[in-house]
Design a protein around this ligand. Sequence first.
Ligand code: 13P
Length: 255
Amino acid sequence: MIRKKIVAGNWKMNNTVDEAVYLLSSIESLLEEENIPENLHVVIAPPFIHLKMLTDLVQNAEYMHIAAQNCHHEDKGAYTGEISAGMIQSTGAKYVILGHSERRLYFYETNDLIKLKVISCLKNDLTPIFCCGEVLAERESEKHFETIKNQLVEGLFHLESEDILQAVIAYEPVWAIGTGKTASPQQAQEMHAYIRALIAQFYDEDVASQISILYGGSCNPSNAAELFSQKDVDGGLIGGASLKSADFVHIVKSI
Ligand code: 13P
C-alpha cells in the first residue's frame, strides 16, 4: 500500500463564518487547476462551528477533507461546551487533530485523556491526527526522544495493529510552533525515522511503513519543499501559513 501524503491546515481559533467560506473557496479555486496526486489528502481543520459548512463546500473536491481540532472522549452527556466524536462524524468531517501541544498546555490534556479520545474517534470512523512534540528544554537536555516515546506509548500504542493503521501521527516540536523557528529537515527526518522505528518495534515493519507521519512547526512556503523531501516526512500540519490561501496552496504544491 502506498503511504498517504497529507497537507493539513490547522486554523486554530481563527476565522468567522464569512472568513471561513472565503478562505476555503480561495484555496479550492487555487487548487482547481492543479494535478493532485491520488495519494494526497488536503485537510482543513477549522473551528467546530464551521465543520458542517466546510464539509458541504468540499463535496466536489475528492482530495479535500475536513478535520476537527479536538473532541470530547465521551459519546454524549452533561459536558457543557464540549463536542463528541459522533457529532463530528455527523458533519461529514473525516479527521480529528488530537493531543495538540496547545491542548496539552492550555487545557491540561494528558496522555491518558488523549488515549480515550483516540478510542472515541476510531469508534466513530474518524482518523485521529495524533500530535506529539517536545518542549525546548527537553531537546536541549537531549530528552526529546524519550518524550516522544512516552507520548506515543501512552496515548497511541494501546491500539491493535488494524486500528493504529487508521491513525496519522504529527510530530510538532513545541519550540517550533508559531515561533518562526523550524526544525531543520535533518532534525525532522531524524525524529520521523525514530517514530517509524518505534512503530516497527511495537507493531511490525509493515505497519510502520504504512503510517503517515506529518511535520508541524513554522512550516511555510520557503521551507516546505525541503522538509517534505525527507524520506519519512509524509506531509505537514500547518498553522499560521494555512490562514493565507496562496501560502497554503504553495505548501500543498511542495509535496
Ligand atoms: P505554526 O505553523 O503556526 O507554527 O503552527 C503549527 C501547528 O501548531 C499546527 O498544528
